[in-house]
Structure formats: C-alpha cells, structure tokens
Ligand binder design. Structure first.
Ligand code: AMP
Ligand code: MG
Length: 410
C-alpha cells in the first residue's frame, strides 16, 4: 500500500489565472460551410453584406391607393388594381389612382399612397379624407437594408432573426465554425450505470449524464466514454480513446489526493498539465491539461463540483472553440435575500435563484451548498461569487453573480 501524500505537488492557481490559462489554449476550430437556413446555434465565420436592396423597389406599406400627392384633396379616377408580386406596367398620371395591396410594387408616376381607411370609392371614383405628402405609406427601395450594407458580422451567434435575414437575402449557405466534439468519461470503482442494479456502496453515475447534457447545452456534440475503474492502465486507455474521437475530453472523479485518485498521473503521462488545483469552491482539484491541440479537463468527482467547474472553466473554452467572441456568461450585481457565509480560504460559487423585484436583482439560495447535493443546482439560474472571509454578508448586501439561465420574474 502506498501512503497518501499530505500536500499536492500542484500549485494553487486563482480562478482568473486558471481561466486565462484555459483560454490561451483555446482557439476556434475549422470553418465549414453549412445550410444557412438551419444554422441556428452556430457562430458565423464570415461577415455578410447584403447582395441586394430590401425592398428592391418602392412598395405599398398598407392596403389602399397609389396616387400623386400633388393632386391634394381632388377626386381621382381608379385605373387599376395592383397586388403583391405583380410588376405594374402603367403610369399614374394626374387625377389617377390605383388600388394597391400591402407589399405590391408602386406604379410609376405615383409618389405616395393613402390607406383604404381614409378613402371612399364609388363608381370608380376615389375620394380621400385628407391630403398626403410625397413618400407617405411608401416603403422605399433599400429602406430596410441597403445593398452592400453589413448585415451580420463574423462571430455572430445565429438565432431565429439571423436565419430569417439570411433567408430574406437568398443566402442559403453560410460559413460557420465547426462544433466541438467532446468526450466524457467517469472514473471510480464505486460508479455504476444508472440503469443497472446498484450494489451496496455503489454510486450511480450522475456526472457523465449531467456533463453530456451540459456539453450539448454549450452547442457541442457529446460522446460518452463510459466508466473507467480506478486503475492506471484502464484510465490511460480510456483517455487515449477519448482523445482519438474528440476535440476535448472531460473526466470526473479521481482528481484529488486519495490513493485511488489517478487521473492527474494519467494526464501528466499523456499530455501537459497546466494547472492541477484552483483556489475555488466547489472544485479545488479541477485540472486542465492539453495533449497536442486537444484540451482535457479533469473535473472533481462530487456532482456539484463537476458541474460548477464545468460552468466556470469548461464552458468558456467550448464557446471559444466554436468561435463565440463572448464566451463568458453575463455577470450582474445581485442583492442578497438572506445572509451568506463565505468560505474562509477561497472564493465560493454558491448556487442561487435570481429574480427581478423592485428594480433590483434579488439572489435567493437554493439551500444547503454541499458538493454532493445536486439539489443545490436544481432551479439555479446563477452562481453567486462569494469572496473568502470570516464575516457573513448580511441580507441586503450586494455581490457579483454569474447568470447561467434566464431570470425569474418573481
Ligand atoms: P473522487 O474525487 O473520485 O474521490 O469522488 C468524490 C465523490 O464524488 C465520491 O463520493 C464519488 O463517489 C463521487 N463521484 C465520483 N464520480 C461520480 C459520478 N460519475 N457520479 C456521481 N458521483 C460521483
Ligand atoms: Mg473516485
């Protein structure tokens, strides 16, 4: 039997140093061309200028009559009916008007239109309730988008409006960054597959499934590597398999100081460890390594530690790999609903629910903050960043928080 070491050989780095080290090893993956119309969730790798003016010619903005403003309140003769999608081949001369439907191209000679609500038509004669000015109710060419204007910048995260824009401009292909492939491995002799009988002392593998879901939420393709026993050869083989299949490998468990905590040994053999301990709660043993251009995270085994470490360290790397120029979660100032006790020695990321009330963002705890208590993450939409110290922060105090989900509206 080996003795347990009493001190980790890995220096304790700060959260900032750790994030900096990680991001200095993360760069966007290759660019690929994809179907633009289903590219939501991807990050654009090119800047897009509009190939045409939108609309391409003046259009009626409402249902009504196309006419000449200079005719004032005089009666007009209705000479045609113009509908959307039809190119008019007539000229509206003085004293003339044409019925026109929303979106239909304006006929030559007409410089304005009047909505049907402000008119009366009888026997082909139009009366208007008020005079219009040139340009009234006309959607001019290029009013929405000018030809050649930048509509989407490189680095834009594509969502519903961006897909709509690409469709509107007839751009059916887009150049985007490839989605990272991420492999997730659990370690531990006690860890069992959730669908199988659990022996006494066995622990169901929640980390792998939670992390696979977190990887997908971060916009990546997730791949499970199963569970590796606490044995060097087994873990080495699993890590190598993961590195073959993926751009990033995430492991959980076996990262601290026990005699069966082997992952740092394996990672040091296979790649370079950039840090092996972070002054951070929950998740001090969080380890970051690289092997070639692949990134490896050795996350702690406790379910809360692994997911919170994922949020703070892994997710920004995954967003960066897919080209996101804003990889960090937004930060806000929150007001504490109840007193908060800091950890004495390191910053703690406590799980909270953030809601808007009376013009403020109020943080309520999710309850006991133990590293094994997954329930402390349920419903949490934020991580409260509690600086270390011996004094509690009273109710009403303000602290920084990372928003991990949408705000609660009460
Ligand atoms: P370790 O860091 O390997 O000593 O693990 C710390 C604690 O986390 C132990 O109680 C483990 O049983 C638990 N744990 C480790 N891996 C997992 C996992 N994949 N799912 C759930 N709990 C785990
Ligand atoms: Mg273990």
């Amino acid at each position: 039997m080996h003795e347990m070491p009493h001190e980790s050989p890995y220096p304790l780095v700060s959260i900032d140093e750790a994030q900096h080290l990680i991001l200095s090893h993360a760069a966007p993956l290759e660019i690929e061309e994809v179907d633009a119309l289903t590219a939501d969730g991807r990050v654009l790798a090119e800047t897009i200028r509009s190939p045409e003016a939108v609309p391409d010619s003046p259009r009626a903005a409402m249902d009504g009559y196309a006419l000449r403003a200079a005719d004032g309140l005089a009666e007009r003769r209705v000479v045609a009916e113009l509908t959307a999608g039809v190119t008019p081949n007539l000229v509206i001369g003085p004293g003339m008007a044409a019925r026109i439907m929303t979106g239909a191209p304006m006929p030559a000679g007409a410089d304005a239109m009047i909505p049907v609500e402000l008119t009366e038509e009888r026997d082909g004669v139009l009366r208007v309730q008020r005079a219009v000015r040139p340009g009234d109710y006309v959607h001019t060419a290029g009013q929405d988008i000018e030809r050649g204007a930048v509509v989407l910048e490189q680095g834009t995260l594509l969502g519903p409006p961006e897909v709509g824009l690409l469709a509107a401009l007839g751009l059916t292909r887009a150049r985007v960054y490839r989605r990272p492939r991420v492999a997730v491995l659990s370690t531990g002799d006690e860890i069992v597959e959730p669908g199988t009988p659990r022996p006494a002392g066995g622990v169901r593998d929640s980390n792998r499934y939670a992390l696979l879901a977190a990887v997908r939420e971060a916009g990546c393709t997730a791949r499970s590597l199963g569970i590796a026993r606490d044995d060097l050869a087994t873990q080495r083989e699993a890590v190598l398999r993961g590195l073959e299949q993926a751009d990033m490998l995430i492991t959980s468990g076996g990262a601290s100081m026990g005699t069966r905590d082997l992952i740092k040994t394996v990672l040091a053999e296979i790649g370079t460890i950039h840090f092996g301990r972070v002054a951070f709660k929950p998740g001090k043993p969080t380890t970051f390594a690289t092997a070639g251009d692949k990134l490896i995270f050795g996350l702690p085994g406790y379910p809360v530690s692994s997911l919170v470490s994922f949020e703070v360290f892994v997710r920004p790397a995954l967003r960066t790999l897919q080209g996101d120029t804003r990889p960090m979660r937004p930060r806000v100032r929150v007001t504490l609903a109840a007193p908060v006790h800091p950890a004495p020695d390191r910053p703690e990321y406590q799980r909270i629910m953030v809601r808007r009330a009376g013009g403020r963002l109020i943080a309520t705890t999710t309850g006991a903050q133990g590293s094994s208590r997954l329930l402390s993450l349920r419903g949490a939409n934020g991580l409260l960043i509690v600086p270390p110290g011996d004094h509690e922060y009273p109710a009403g105090a303000e602290l920084e928080a990372m928003l991990t989900g949408p705000l609660y509206d009460n």
